[in-house]
Design a protein. Structure first.
Length: 242
């Protein structure tokens, strides 16, 4: 599996982060959620366009991305390709990381699944900066922006593109993280001060929306992003408890 190569501007800005030029809290972080024994790991459905399970060339070498390896310490990860009733019926907890546009009938199925008690963590990035060797327009390349066909509005949310590009600090799952060109959320849900995360309560279920997906690219972001995957697990743990 090929390693992500950060762009030159990203490397330069990460140097600024290391020097303390980016304003985000450097407070002591909580302990990460502990690993679970294999028999105790609940199912986590995973729908993503990002190279988390396989690299861009679909090589079976290696053990997946660092994000996948982290998830597999606490969950039995089950990749799915659509959000229809059959696929969603395989679990109660879903991670959608920069998913491709879903057909209208599958969005209806997703909304119904959540309202009946499902839990979803949706990483909806309006300006994805994840490096890719695939040309623009390649259907296998992750979409450069989250294709919202009405789902967020149905849950009372609006997602705006960033005013400025580049790394930015944020707060997720109780941890300080590094994002890249994150969007901004607004609307009726409970929204953090930095507008990065929204916690919504459709029906009996829960939906957490994060306006960035690049924070999963910890290989490209390097040491400043050392708590990013802890934050991912922390937010999933919050969804499990709610």
């Amino acid at each position: 599996m090929s390693r992500a190569r950060p762009r030159a501007w990203l490397i330069a800005l990460l140097v600024v982060i290391g020097a303390g030029g980016l304003a985000y809290t450097l407070a002591r972080q909580p302990a990460p959620p502990p690993p679970r024994a294999p028999a105790q790991r609940p199912t986590l459905l995973l729908l993503t366009s990002l190279p988390l399970v396989f690299g861009e060339q679909f090589s079976i070498e290696g053990g997946g991305s660092p994000a996948l390896q982290s998830l597999e310490t606490r969950y039995r990860v089950v990749p799915i390709s659509v959000t229809d009733r059959a696929e969603l019926g395989k679990g109660r907890l879903l991670l959608m990381a920069q998913p491709r546009a879903q057909p209208a009938e599958d969005l209806v199925a997703l909304d119904e699944w959540v309202r009946r008690g499902g839990r979803v963590l949706l990483l909806a990035d309006p300006m994805l900066e994840w490096p890719s060797d695939r040309p623009l327009g390649d259907p296998l390349r992750p979409p450069p922006m989250f294709m919202d066909t009405g789902l967020l509005g149905h849950w009372g949310l609006r997602l705006d593109a960033p005013d400025q590009r580049g790394p930015k600090g944020g707060r997720l799952g109780g941890y300080d993280i590094v994002t890249v060109s994150p969007g901004a959320l607004s609307g009726r849900c409970e929204i953090g001060r930095d507008r990065l995360v929204a916690h919504c309560r459709p029906g009996q279920g829960r939906a957490t929306i994060v306006a960035d997906a690049d924070f999963l690219n910890v290989e490209g972001l390097g040491k400043p992003a050392r708590h990013n995957l802890d934050a991912l697990l922390g937010e999933l743990a919050l969804l499990e408890r709610k």
